[in-house]
Design a protein around this ligand. Sequence first.
Ligand code: AMP
Length: 297
Amino acid sequence: MRTFQHIAALRTYLRVMRDEGKTVGLVPTMGALHEGHLSLFNRAKMDCDLAVATIFVNPTQFGRNEDFDAYPRDLNHDLQLASNAGVVAVFHPSVDELYPAGFQTTIVLPQISSMLEGAYRPGHFEGVATIVNKLFNIVQPDRAYFGMKDYQQLTLIERMVYDLNLHLDVVAVPTMRDENGLALSSRNKYLSPEEKKAAFVLNRTLKKAEAAMLDGETDSATLLASLNEEIDSEPLAKIDYLELVNPETLLPVSTLSNATTLVVMAVRIGKTRLIDNQLVAPAGIKPVRFKKRETIC
Ligand code: AMP
């Protein structure tokens, strides 16, 4: 596996690969790799000749009071995991490499960026959109892989790719969970054993939503009340938001009739903020996100 800290060297390597006709699948990460990230690497390897990963804890997507400094970092371990997973190149630049003095350009998707996560993390999605756009420009992948775990982030990136006619496919990869249904996340490292147990309430709540839908629930207020009750039954859990939304627009839905609904939540367990989501649908309907937009490139 090749590793690169500098844009110029990575570009030279990728130019040679592209000249040989190789397709490139990009997996952007912030490191602290786990099985969730590995599932993205595997998917990229399946679809493309070369799986390329980036490891960069992006300062511009962290708020002032967030965990940028404390975010878990273990580059050597990550490189070992990426290499074992068959990633051929890892780009792990310094902050200065990506944000040189005088940097001032920001990509803003005002609507998506202000709802749900965005309402609690001002500036977060501007940071995400900008860094992902930069990584797309640097790597110029054929496909880029994002986890459904960060559903709003995935939606934002799909929208940006469509709006700006970026020439790549965005691939959504299902959420990997542990044996108790807890969505894998680098931030799970912050949880004490007691908090980890408490965190199982997120998946229990998603399962409750799934069951209620299969049982014929059609009123979103009723379902929301019972989901809130489930989270509130866990003393260590505090809800930031818990909503039933349209899986394409992320706007709240009032009835849960014949369509797929996204249950989406952010819950604090002690000092750790966890997000999770699930697509749910009435009995007989397969939960689907939405019809993919045709790319106009
Ligand atoms: P991060 O390193 O947290 O920025 O995540 C990098 C990518 O991995 C993002 O596209 C995430 O959505 C994805 N990811 C994180 N956790 C999971 C998971 N449990 N299952 C699948 N993908 C994940």
